[in-house]
Write a protein that binds this ligand. Sequence first.
Ligand SMILES: [Zn+2]
Length: 246
Amino acid sequence: MPNKVKNFLWRACKELPVKTNLMRRKVLAEDICCHCNLKAEGGFHALWDCAALSAIWEADTNPELFAALVWTIWSQRNQLRTSNKPYPLTQVTPAAKQMLQDFKQDKGEAGMGVVFCDSQGKVIASLAEKIQLSPSSDEVEALAAVRAITLVMDLNLPSFIVEGNSEVVISALRKEEESFSSFGHLISSIKHYLYSCNCISFSHTSRSGNSVAHSSAKLARDIDEFSVWMENVPPQVNDVLLADFG
Ligand SMILES: [Zn+2]
């Protein structure tokens, strides 16, 4: 459940700034509900009891959707109160369902970023990709290494260093024996590439030392699928790059 919904429910249990409370605190002069224009807008009425909400509450809900609906009903009331934009009550259920869906999607996706630099630290290429979140960050890192090496093969670079945040992945790449970790298959395919190329070395960097790749990874969540920037970094990452190498 999204945090804003949890926080809201917690607050709703205590005290919402509904009209009855605002009138009691002399913020408002009246407390009539703006949906039904019949009853006072107390917490129970605003979120549940108002006749205008009956269509929303008649439909089937599960606990998750219930919470999202309560949150959306309140934000709809707030929007009507504070802006001129129309927000029909028929939009409440679709908006609540969309919010839940977005939240689930956010949880299931991660960004991956790789930056290639020459020995002077000049950026040769960078890539960002949105990937399904794997159980461990080491797997994401191993996947990033596969992507990096595939790209570098395409670019025909004379030699390069792969820098990674994950010490586990980097040491698995350096070892000769097979890796039996959850990302062992990725390590094997990387090593397969290495047979045709003697020009790759691996180094482990901390998350802070690798902030350009890390920022690209964050950016990747917002891009469509897969992007490569040659001799440059994603425009949004430029500030980080300047801080890193500047
Ligand atoms: Zn009402």
